[in-house]
Design a protein. Structure first.
Length: 202
């Protein structure tokens, strides 16, 4: 039953993400092509648009994930969902796994969007950028860039755990905001509770 719920959830949520991801990849290709043919102004404009769109993508992903969870479980749809002959934890997991995928992919595209200019550089230019970063790190008392690359597996695992915690806290805030005195303005309370708990944790 969990497999069926996951298929339904992916089918219901993939369209807006597909459009957003397609727009990101299109801008990335246009940026790389512009730099390749030495159209620096156009390339810079596409790079700026890509950086801004990647920020929008990350924000919209969080909003879409939150709205899907809230509308599907705490509106009229929620009655139908919990009336299904399936354990509640499977219903929650069927929401959590797609959300984890969408947020993870959006985070990766966000990082690509912020550093997309590196993709248009040759090896020598990238080495020069690395040298400048190493010098800046040395002035700040930080280790060279290669040390951070050696820690990449650990940083990836840490980022994954952070995303899991982020989604769990988001879902908990929405659930809490739909109980008791918070129900009247559940959307506002969910945002306030999430921000309060997240800032308090950090």
């Amino acid at each position: 039953m969990l497999g069926k719920l996951l298929r339904l959830e992916f089918r219901a949520t993939f369209r807006p993400f597909l459009i957003l991801y397609g727009a990101i990849f299109l801008l990335m290709l246009l940026e790389l092509f512009s730099f390749h043919i030495r159209q620096m102004v156009a390339g810079a404009l596409f790079m700026l648009a890509l950086a801004l769109l990647s920020v929008v993508l990350l924000v919209l992903t969080i909003v879409l994930v939150a709205r899907r969870f809230s509308n599907n479980l705490f509106s009229g749809e929620g009655y139908l969902m919990f009336a299904l002959p399936v354990c509640p934890w499977k219903i929650l997991l069927s929401k959590f796994i797609p959300a984890l995928l969408w947020v993870s992919v959006s985070m990766i595209l966000f990082l690509l969007g912020q550093f997309s200019a590196l993709l248009a550089m040759d090896a020598q230019a990238i080495a020069e950028v690395g040298k400048v970063i190493d010098e800046a790190y040395a002035e700040l008392g930080l280790p060279p860039l290669r040390v951070f690359f050696s820690l990449m597996p650990l940083m990836t695992l840490s980022s994954f755990i952070s995303i899991v915690f982020f989604i769990a806290l988001l879902y908990f805030s929405i659930t809490l905001a739909n109980t008791g005195m918070f129900q009247r303005h559940s959307g506002v309370w969910a945002a306030l509770l999430f921000l309060g708990m997240y800032i308090g944790y950090c």
